[in-house]
Design a protein around this ligand. Structure first.
Ligand code: ZN
Length: 300
């Protein structure tokens, strides 16, 4: 096991999708700066989605433009379509995650088109990338481990889509357990099979802790060779278009796990816990998750 991982904070995107409070732009930027200061080199800072769908992200351009000015930070953004991708590129985005779902039903609920139509649109996004310089297009495959609308998602379909993405020339594939259906054996198997199918292409993992298997799934993905992970501070998160969805694995718990394993995430856990306290003040009345805050790190 190599001893370095990239942990990407997604609380500002996945986390803010489900909460009722609207965070203002200045607080979002304070949060981004605080996490960059404690060691995060990549943060998903916003989502370029229609304002009518998710008004929380009406300030996407402003957040991205200011986040780009933070040293040693790669701010990434989520987009569901070509229009969002072009807006993000125009705002100077260097890394854009195009999201599509393996489950056709979830894709229709999320972006109102079939998975195949999203794959076709991704070709246009990649063509746009090729017209510009220094932009990376990652792809998030939502519902890779199951779907709360369709149920089981065929593993062969996950691998087939990953092969298509690799042949189209994406820069990263992120397998997402959007609704927390994954288990460690399945996670290990799918990541190993996708690795065989896509060669050296960077793979990332995105787990929700809906049923308490989030960190077990991280262990399985680590064992399968994954070195990029998403997490949300305070275990925020969830998909508004997936029934029963809930929070991501908590960033602080995930950093603690890596610390215990001797794996370098680059993050200072003690300093991160201070940001976690601050987050509770920024989001009064919102329920935060995460196990570490109550007990603190093991004292040994
Ligand atoms: Zn998510």
């Amino acid at each position: 096991m190599t001893d370095r991982v990239i942990l990407r904070e997604v609380g500002l995107r996945d986390g803010l999708q489900l909460i009722k409070s609207r965070l203002n732009t200045a607080i979002k930027l304070s949060w981004i700066r605080a996490q960059a200061e404690v060691g995060f080199t990549e943060i998903e800072v916003t989502s370029f989605v229609p304002i009518s769908v998710l008004p929380q992200f009406a300030d996407a351009t402003a957040v991205l433009v200011d986040a780009q000015k933070i040293g040693n930070l790669l701010p990434s953004v989520l987009v569901p379509n070509l229009r969002g991708a072009v807006m993000a590129m125009d705002a100077g985005a260097r890394k854009i995650t195009f999201v599509l779902s393996v489950s056709d039903a979830h894709n229709r609920a999320n972006v109102r088109k079939s998975t195949d139509d999203s794959l076709a649109m991704l070709r246009d996004v990649l063509a746009e990338r090729d017209n510009r310089q220094n932009i990376k297009i990652a792809t998030a495959l939502a519902t890779s481990f199951g779907c709360s609308i369709e149920g089981a998602v065929p593993e062969a379909r996950v691998i087939q889509i990953a092969e298509i993405l690799a042949s189209q020339g994406v820069d990263e594939i992120n397998l997402a357990d959007t609704v927390g259906y994954g288990d460690p054996v399945q996670v290990g198997r799918i990541f190993k099979d996708v690795r065989k199918a896509v060669g050296e292409l960077p793979l990332a993992a995105h787990f929700h802790d809906t049923r308490g298997l989030g960190l077990a799934n991280v262990m399985a993905a680590l064992d399968a060779g994954v070195r990029r992970f998403d997490s949300a501070l305070g275990g925020l998160g969830g998909c508004p278009f997936a029934p029963g969805a809930s929070g991501n694995i908590a960033t602080e718990d995930t950093v603690h796990l890596f610390d215990r394993l001797g794996i370098d995430s680059g993050v200072d856990l003690g300093a991160l816990l201070k940001v976690r306290h601050q987050l509770a003040e920024w989001l009064p009345g919102e329920k935060l998750e995460g196990r570490l805050l109550g007990a603190g790190p093991a004292d040994r």
